[in-house]
Design a protein around this ligand. Structure first.
Ligand code: TYD
Ligand code: ZN
Length: 410
């Protein structure tokens, strides 16, 4: 991007956000389309920038939240067994480390299908899941989780405080990065967090996005790409402090941040160590992001080139998992049914519909006889789980096309 790159105001600090990457016109990433529907659907410009003042990486255009987190939102945490294990361990850790008051109360923002809170509920600990998404919320209720079907913001936080009292823990996974209006969320947190409570949240980390060139972590729902650097600065504006940070080997690399009210806890040595790591990676330097954008364009061209070659050679290719993040790579690359005739996915709510924008049919997984020769791994963030599950496919000579961290046929 040239020095004349577009700028817009930062959603966190009001500073100047410089655009460094244009991922083009994109659909709503989790809106799987009825094949009869030819309307084209909602489209927005997926452009990404970085604030020169607070360093927060963020989208330039905001999609209204009511369009994304709808009654038929089709993402279910429990679709990955590794994520279920991860959240069971997370719940145990929260119970051991942060639920030490006499009658603890845990809030989860974006509780989805209740995978994490089910363990908390099973221990008889007071809790509340807050999430506007309809279908996953039904599963949460079935798991014995108490739910409030709404957005978490000042208005709902005050209702929660009146009904349940102050929270020892406010947890969120893969949720806070979805919310442009974090100022309102943190005003709500201020209203309902106990004086010695903690806010714990996990989201894809900027370091991993830069290291892996995982540009498909960027889509409508991922409004921010957090780093410890940007979160530490933002926290100060919310009257909080970053007191711990831990790397998580899930979803392609995440950080788990722990915030506490300013002056109530000592920061662990991990905070300084991660901040140093990020500085060494160049999160404070605009040039880092221009180089990232160059790699993104190269990876897109290589992927489209590889799919084109495979088609010319008569190789049968299909997508593996109709992830939200795949909308970015498919639509940015202009990849449609000619290059990728189908995507297979385990989610019934996505099957027999079309992937957004690309209009590639989403189907259940085929029997052995109908398997493709090559799977394009669209859920690369679950690759360990998937490779273990699909060993027989590889044993039969099946191959994997991956595009993170490089485009490779393996
Ligand atoms: P995830 O990367 O968690 O999603 P997103 O990019 O949407 O945040 O992947 C979830 C999707 O992947 C979901 O549609 C189910 C599908 N999936 C499979 O089909 N098989 C699998 O083995 C796994 C782990 C996921
Ligand atoms: Zn800023």
């Amino acid at each position: 991007m040239s020095a004349a790159a577009a700028t817009s105001p930062c959603r966190i600090c009001g500073g100047s956000v410089r655009e460094f990457l244009d991922l083009g016109r994109q659909p709503l990433s989790d809106t799987f389309v009825d094949p009869e529907d030819t309307s084209g659907g909602f489209v927005y410009e997926l452009r990404v920038g970085r604030c020169g003042d607070c360093t927060m990486v963020q989208l330039v255009e905001e999609v209204p939240r009511e369009m994304m987190f709808t009654a038929d939102y089709p993402f279910f945490t429990a679709s990955s067994t590794r994520m279920v294990e991860h959240f069971t361990r997370t719940a145990q850790w929260l119970l051991d480390e942060h639920c030490c008051s006499e009658d603890p109360f845990v809030i989860e923002i974006g509780a989805n299908d209740g995978t994490m809170l089910a363990t908390i509920a099973g221990r008889g600990v007071r809790h509340l899941g807050v999430d506007p998404a309809g279908l996953p919320g039904e599963d949460a209720t079935e798991r014995g989780v108490v739910m409030l079907h709404d957005f978490f913001e000042t208005r709902t936080a005050e209702l929660i405080r009146t009904e349940h009292g102050l929270a020892d823990v406010i947890f969120a996974a893969n949720t806070l990065c979805h919310i442009p209006a974090l100022d309102d969320v943190f005003a709500g947190i201020d209203a309902v967090l106990a004086p010695h409570g903690v806010v714990v949240f996990e989201d894809p980390s900027l370091s991993d996005v830069l290291r892996l060139t995982s540009f498909d972590q960027i889509y409508d729902e991922h409004f921010y790409v957090f780093s410890a650097t940007s979160v530490a600065r933002a926290a100060r504006g919310w009257g909080l402090e970053l007191v711990d940070v831990a790397a998580l080997p899930v979803h392609g690399g995440e950080l788990r941040y722990t915030l506490a009210r300013s002056g109530t806890r000592e920061a662990t040595p991990a905070v300084a160590a991660v901040l140093e790591d990020e500085a060494a990676l160049g999160v404070d330097d605009p040039a880092t992001f221009d180089l990232f954008a160059e790699r993104v364009r190269r990876h897109r061209d290589e992927l489209v080139g590889e799919l084109t070659r495979l088609r010319e050679d008569g190789v049968r290719v299909a997508g593996y998992a109709a992830t939200a993040k795949s909308a970015t790579v498919l639509n940015y690359g202009g990849i449609g049914p000619e290059l990728l005739p189908a995507i297979h996915d385990t989610t019934p709510q996505k099957q027999h519909r079309l992937a957004p924008g690309s209009r590639i049919p989403v189907l259940p997984f085929p029997d052995e006889a109908d398997e493709p020769d090559v799977y394009l791994l669209l859920a690369w963030n679950h690759s360990e789980e998937i490779m273990a599950k699909e060993r027989a496919f590889a044993d039969r000579g099946g191959r994997w096309l991956v595009y993170v961290p490089e485009v490779r046929l393996i």
